[in-house]
Design a protein around this ligand. Structure first.
Ligand code: ADP
Length: 348
């Protein structure tokens, strides 16, 4: 930075100019009056005049700048108390600095406004989606109950069937609310992890066994591929990882094809283990892949909608895996199948 750009540089240059001009005027006046210039007086004039004019000019520039920039600084730095004095660094490029600070401040405000707009859109979308998701089971329950109430109550078997259907929709509603509660707790960072060392092959086997009945309805085979046939130990919250595996398996059945197969595979990756759940079902087009982990995102509501899904399953899986400091990804081709993979820290 050039020194003449600073207020102190300006004060110095002005003081030099004023002192020089005063000394020259004094010398010329004396010379024209009696031709006898006293160099001692000129030296005294310079030695005294320079500091006096320097400090006077410095003082007034500082005062001037202070009044001019006070409001700007108070606004951009949000200084509140009246006693807090804005510091003017006289040895620096004050105006250039203010310019930069105001530009940064404006940029920050624009960023904040954009964030607020995004949060507002997010909130609006969320409420819209939530109302839509709640509406379906609620209206179904209402429909069944109204039918039972309007009937003559003579046909107990039909009434019971309707009540059972209403009860199923109640279960769906309860599931949705449970998922919502869990996702809200994840987003507010209120879910502590209970980390332990466990065998992820054993846990996966347990998950496939518990879903065998559901898979058999579509004649889907659930297979575990572990070439080493040895346990694979990882560190994680066993209950929550079980929830992730179950969720991926349930999706592979819901979006799988009749007589299909779902495979769970394990890959050793230095510090981590990669667990993949691959199906040969309906798959997804590429442009959906980046969004399937968003809450309530559905690839194609008419094609893939199934009873019971909250549209929050994958969003919860992502929260669980990311809270372990790990990642979850998806590869898929329409009509070929999908592979969801997540990593977990290897345990010795
Ligand atoms: P849902 O309750 O709808 O299953 P998810 O969050 O689990 O909610 O999944 C979001 C969407 O991702 C699903 O609606 C479906 O469109 C798509 N999806 C998830 N898993 C698969 C899969 N294995 N194959 C094809 N599409 C899938």
């Amino acid at each position: 930075m050039k020194p003449e750009r600073t207020p102190r540089g300006v004060a110095l240059a002005s003081a030099l100019l004023v002192t020089g001009l005063t000394a020259i005027s004094y010398a010329m006046t004396v010379y024209f009056l009696d031709h006898n210039v006293e160099w001692l007086w000129i030296a005294v004039l310079i030695l005294l005049g320079f500091p006096i004019s320097y400090f006077t000019i410095h003082f007034f520039i500082e005062k001037f700048l202070y009044h001019k920039v006070k409001i700007i600084y108070k606004t951009i730095h949000q200084l509140k108390s009246r006693g807090e004095r804005t510091r003017i660094e006289m040895g620096s490029d004050v105006l250039g600095q203010i310019n930069e600070e105001v530009a940064d401040w404006a940029e920050e405000r624009i960023r904040e406004i954009k964030e607020l707009q995004a949060a507002d859109n997010f909130r609006r979308d969320f409420i819209g989606n939530l109302a839509h998701e709640l509406k379906t089971p609620l209206f179904t329950i209402q429909g069944y109950l109204e039918t039972v109430l309007d009937s003559d109550m003579g046909d107990q078997v039909t009434a019971r069937q309707f009540l059972e259907k209403a009860n199923k929709s109640c279960d769906r509603l309860a599931g949705l609310i449970k998922d919502l509660d869990q996702i809200t707790r994840f987003e507010s960072g209120n879910v502590p992890l209970d980390i332990s060392r466990f065998d992820v092959v054993d846990l996966s086997r347990h998950c496939t066994e518990s879903l065998e009945q559901m898979a058999s309805e579509k004649n889907i085979t659930l297979t575990l591929r572990n070439p080493n046939e040895r346990p694979i130990y990882v560190n994680g919250d066993k209950g929550k990882i079980e929830q992730v595996i179950l969720n991926l398996l349930v999706n592979s059945i819901n979006y799988g094809r009749e007589n299909g197969e779902t495979r769970i595979r394990f890959y050793d990756m230095a510090d981590n283990i990669l667990i993949e759940v691959a199906d040969d079902g309906i798959g997804m087009a590429k442009h959906h892949l980046a969004r399937v982990f968003e809450r309530f995102y559905r690839v194609d509501t008419s094609r893939s909608r199934h009873e019971g899904g909250s549209g929050l399953g994958l969003a919860i899986c992502k929260h669980i895996i990311e809270s372990h400091g790990q990642t979850i990804t998806v590869r898929s081709s329409e009509g070929v199948g999908s592979t969801f993979g997540f990593t977990l820290q290897k345990a010795p």
